[in-house]
Design a protein around this ligand. Sequence first.
Ligand code: MN
Length: 197
Amino acid sequence: MKLELPELAFAKDALQPHMSATTLDFHHGKHHNAYVTKGNELLDSANLNAETLEELVKASAKVGGALFNNIGQHYNHSFFWNSLSPQGGGAPTGPLASKIDADFGNFDNFKKEFVAGGVGQFGSGWVWLVADAGKLKIVKTANAECPLTMGMVPLLVCDVWEHAYYLDYQNRRPDFLSAFLDHLVNWDFAAANLAKA
Ligand code: MN
């Protein structure tokens, strides 16, 4: 199985002013692409059995090291692009909204926990909304780690590596996380993931 850089589902300038075309040029075109290239080099000699990217992430996690880091970063970034939408942001509706109210108390509490998770991730990493044994939770992971290898179902993710926000927000990670929730988050993607969980 080979890794492939996915096309973005939106134009590079469609998320402005919340995420610039320059950020996407670097983040998708350089950073993500580098994980794909390096991951494929390492996969050539790795002999892993996997039919899907999810299986590949789990198989490579058992090997660890650069192989997992590059495959994990490919999975995490692909998931992140799907977590963004030019029509995104605001509150979800339907079963996902009810589930968020049930498990976080209300939507504002969810937002506070999500931003606190992203701000609290020391150094590089990710903040996720996941389903864990039927309950929604905020989970933060370091570097290339992801909830798939912890037996959880990812619903959406925000990248909190500095390369995700530094060109647009400099050191203001909390502002980036708020902009993600208010203007960019793709609730349709999260709802579809919840329906499969
Ligand atoms: Mn990134």
